[in-house]
Design a protein around this ligand. Structure first.
Ligand SMILES: [Cu+2]
Length: 403
């Protein structure tokens, strides 16, 4: 088939990793939820009925156009006023077909709209320009994968169990789309919308422990269910999450990877994601920079984006649009994260969303330490702050580690 469809189409980097035939690759992605079979069946039914009518009608139109064209010396025939049997057929047959489409589609819609009562709830927040999932334990994902040349979060979901997403947006309308699950719904500001899915098939990932069992990471499985050991081959496995609200420039970059896990792995993953106590501040800061969407507006290499770069800002004195000035330190960064409008840096506009209530204290300190480490003059200080905090944790003062 690659003779008909160029390899570049079939080898779309987002699709190439999937173990599916060329027809599915062109039309659909892998079927990975309880919705997939029926959604595809309705789609195919409507598609092929439309194709059949299109072909028959276009053929007749052209054929009759030629056959009954005006010819010299032939007088036009008088049209019959009507033909009852023919009119009944062209009314009844399409009515039946449309009725099938309506009833089938409506049943499918209801099935998607009403979530099962035993579904596990996951809170979804969309904002310019990333997704956050907050699991029932309060955990958020800390795992990243490469997707379309970006670092994107990986969200795990349990296999064969319904999960319900309660979704809201902090700013504009977004649209959450899981192509492999055949599920999509708009995400609105000032209102909750919900959606549910039940992943089926095989797990896409398992969890792997290393560092004396202290750390955990997701390991993708091949189609036979074996762990892929080649690190270079690990990226890009699993399913996709897209934002399909294409009315702002970076919705198309709101990507995430979905890992479907067997129940026991899912539980381990959740436990590990929820406990960031063993992660040094500067490392956690870098993870949050990518996971919380800061990376879409702030660079760390000096390039100006929607927001200022973080490179070398630690210790600098900045002017605000109102003429005030302040030095970039712990409090400056804390205020920037929680009340971004309070001090809008000169040369920029107040476009940053507030993270008030969305970040734990330790997470703010982690980001601060990471920003500190981006100025070479303070790199060692940042390391020292992280080390000191880790030492305190391990010192076992008896209190539970800050999360
Ligand atoms: Cu979006």
């Amino acid at each position: 088939m690659s003779a008909i469809f160029p390899e570049s189409v079939l080898m779309n980097p987002l699709l190439a990793s999937e173990d599916v035939g060329w027809w599915t690759r062109l039309w659909f992605r892998a079927k990975a939820s309880t919705f997939a079979g029926e959604t595809d069946a309705i789609y195919n039914f409507i598609f092929w009925v439309s194709i059949a009518f299109f072909v028959v009608l276009m053929f007749l139109m052209v054929y009759w156009g030629i056959k009954y064209r005006r010819k010299p010396g032939v007088a036009p025939e008088i049209s019959p006023s009507h033909n009852t049997p023919l009119e009944i057929v062209w009314t009844v047959v399409p009515t039946i077909l449309l009725f099938v489409m309506f009833v089938w589609g409506f049943k499918g819609y209801l099935n998607k709209a009403v979530s099962p009562v035993d579904a596990e709830v996951i809170q979804v927040t969309a904002k310019k320009w990333n997704w956050t999932f907050e699991y029932k334990t309060g955990a958020k994902s800390r795992e990243l994968d490469r997707m379309a040349d970006m670092d994107v979060p990986v969200f795990a979901l349990p296999l064969n169990r319904p999960v319900k997403f309660v979704m809201s947006s902090d700013d504009v309308i977004h649209s959450m789309f899981f192509p492999e699950f055949r599920a999509k719904r708009d995400v609105m500001p000032n209102r909750y919308t919900t959606m549910w899915v039940q992943p089926t098939g095989k797990p896409t990932h398992t969890v792997e422990r290393y560092d004396n069992g202290k750390k955990l990471r997701l390991a993708p499985l091949d189609s036979a269910g074996n762990v892929i050991t080649d690190m270079a081959e690990r990226a890009g496995k699993g399913y996709n999450l897209f934002c399909t609200e294409y009315c702002g420039d970076q919705h198309s970059q709101m990507l995430a990877r979905i890992a479907v896990l067997a129940e026991a792995d899912y539980k381990d993953w959740l436990d590990y994601q929820g406990d960031t106590s063993g992660v040094p501040l500067n490392v956690l800061g870098e993870q949050l920079y990518k996971l919380q969407g800061c990376a879409t507006c702030h660079s760390v290499n000096g390039a100006k984006g929607t927001g200022p770069t973080w490179k070398d800002i630690w210790g600098e004195t900045h002017k605000s649009t109102t003429g005030a000035s302040a030095t970039v330190d712990e409090n400056y960064i804390r205020e920037s994260i929680l009340v971004p409008g309070a001090f809008v840096r000169e040369g920029f506009s107040n476009q940053m969303p507030s993270y008030q209530g969305k970040m734990k204290d330790r997470e703010i300190r982690a980001l601060t330490t990471y920003i500190m480490s981006l100025n070479d003059k303070f790199k060692q200080d940042a390391q020292a702050v992280s080390d000191e905090e880790m030492a305190k944790q391990q010192g076992g003062s008896g209190s539970t580690p800050a999360k």
